[in-house]
Design a binder for this molecule. Structure first.
Ligand code: VGL
Ligand code: ZN
Length: 202
């Protein structure tokens, strides 16, 4: 199994964490296990991508414009910053999305160079973690599968907005039906970390 892997960390931003403008319940619970994934991918030399929701102040998804969300992740404001404990490597690729004021975009692939960059690196398998399970994670996973990637959802590294309490469960069913591979950070670390040990002892 030497498919080229990449890690994609979706929208782990202050506004999606407790105390932020659009908090995901326990959104910050994902930070510690994601940091462990980051360190394993870094050690192995696998590429690491971060998406961030990066809206103009008058974005169409905001309530003052008739959208469903309170203003959040306005570009270049503290709320749009990554969670302060998230360990973003210097050479990580940061993908800003939903940057156009009249267009909503929940997927990291929509209107960005993500697909092109993954193809350029010959990535075949994408490990997805972050926020929120029922919006940007879901849409990113579905688009990744549509791109022809094997997509692994790291289930202990995601959390949902749950406008309706069942939204995360519905999103998991959608992703499962589309062919996502469910895994955990422990499993990924065992597999990828284990690969390092095997190759260094041979
Ligand atoms: C998201 C709601 C609004 C997300 C972004 O990152 O999942 N959710 N904007
Ligand atoms: Zn948004």
């Amino acid at each position: 199994m030497d498919r080229r892997c990449a890690l994609l960390v979706v929208d782990v931003q202050r506004d999606f964490c407790p105390g932020g403008a659009l908090p995901v319940r326990e959104g910050d619970r994902v930070v510690a296990p994601i940091n462990e994934l980051i360190s394993v991918f870094e050690k192995e030399g696998y590429p690491i991508f971060f998406t961030r929701d990066w809206h103009p102040a008058d974005h169409v998804s905001f309530r003052p414009r008739g959208g469903m969300w309170p203003p959040h992740c306005v570009k270049n404001t503290p709320g749009a910053g990554f969670h302060p404990r998230l360990q973003v490597p210097k050479d990580a690729v940061i993908i800003s999305k939903a940057t156009k004021k009249d267009t909503e975009a929940y997927s990291g692939f929509e209107g960005t160079s993500l697909a092109e960059q993954l193809r350029g690196l010959h990535v075949k398998e994408l490990y997805v973690a972050g926020l929120a399970s029922d919006y940007c994670v879901k849409n990113t996973v579905l688009d990744g599968i549509a791109e022809g990637l094997a997509v692994d959802l790291v289930t202990d590294c995601v959390a949902g907005v749950n406008v309706k309490p069942s939204d995360s469960a519905t999103a998991f069913r959608r992703m499962t039906a589309a062919g996502v591979i469910k895994t955990t950070s422990e499993e990924v670390i065992r597999m990828i970390g284990g690969r390092v040990a095997v190759s260094s002892s041979s």
